[in-house]
Design a protein around this ligand. Structure first.
Ligand SMILES: [Zn+2]
Length: 248
């Protein structure tokens, strides 16, 4: 079977997304790029029935290579990400807080420094019909050089160097959106973080998260932030851990 590992990973990620309530039913879809091929979820299949063999393998222009079922209707979105960015995995969810927040803001308000795990800012793409080329264009605009965005009145997209990283980002994005929704609903003027504060958090996160008990997942924080991924000197890293304690 072509791309056996990648297809297995797609199945596992879809099942996990259902368990974690990031998707319901057949909503949402994920893909992995391996070389010039993409393994992507098929359309309209309950994830409980999904097997690696049923995960489609397509070329970067969408041509089916080994795909017993129709691909997800959002294939254009996935292919656009691979055409325009260096991402190697895409996770698209209809998680509740992300979908709800996308209706009321144009950008996720800077309510929490976890935005640093998502490229510093998360923009909301304007609503476009699902599966349309217009949605793919709006997604690319909203992503820019960052690994996450919301799709207006629809859901969320995260990308990563692999499916694990993209999926972890989906979880952090949903958490930040949930916090932001509560803030927006609180009816008070929020104290939002400045660009500088988010940039500072981004710097602090580089290389952070390697102790098992700090609550962060290594894959997200190690490689987050474009241009800020140089490996840390171990001593400097230890200093940062001490400096920032467990407040992450
Ligand atoms: Zn969708």
């Amino acid at each position: 079977m072509l791309l056996a590992d990648a297809r297995r990973e797609v199945v596992e990620t879809c099942r996990r997304a259902v368990e974690d309530r990031l998707v319901i039913g057949t909503a949402g879809n994920v893909s992995v790029r391996v070389g010039d091929l993409v393994a992507v979820t098929p359309s309209g299949l309950d994830y409980g029935d999904l097997t690696p063999e049923l995960v489609g393998v397509h070329e970067l222009d969408g041509t089916a290579v080994e795909a017993p079922l129709k691909p997800t209707s959002e294939l254009p979105m996935h292919l656009a990400v691979y055409a325009e960015t260096d991402a190697r995995a895409v996770v698209h969810t209809h998680s509740i807080a992300a979908a709800a927040l996308s209706v009321v803001v144009d950008e996720v308000p800077a309510v929490h420094y976890y935005l640093a795990l998502l490229g510093g800012r998360v923009l909301v793409a304007p609503y476009r019909a699902f599966g349309s080329p217009e949605l793919a264009v709006a997604l690319i605009d909203a992503l820019g050089d960052r690994p996450a965005c919301l799709l207006g009145n629809h859901g969320a997209v995260t990308t990563g160097d692999d499916l694990t990283q993209a999926y972890q980002r989906a979880g952090y994005l949903e958490w930040v959106c949930e916090v932001a929704l509560k803030v927006v609903g609180a009816g008070r003027t929020p104290k939002l973080l400045t660009e500088q504060q988010i940039a500072e958090a981004t710097r602090n996160f580089i290389g952070y998260g390697q102790s098992a008990d700090d609550g962060l997942q290594v894959d997200v924080v190690d490689r987050v932030g474009s241009g800020l991924t140089a490996p840390l000197d171990p001593q400097e890293h230890a200093g940062r851990q001490a400096e920032h304690g467990r407040d992450a």
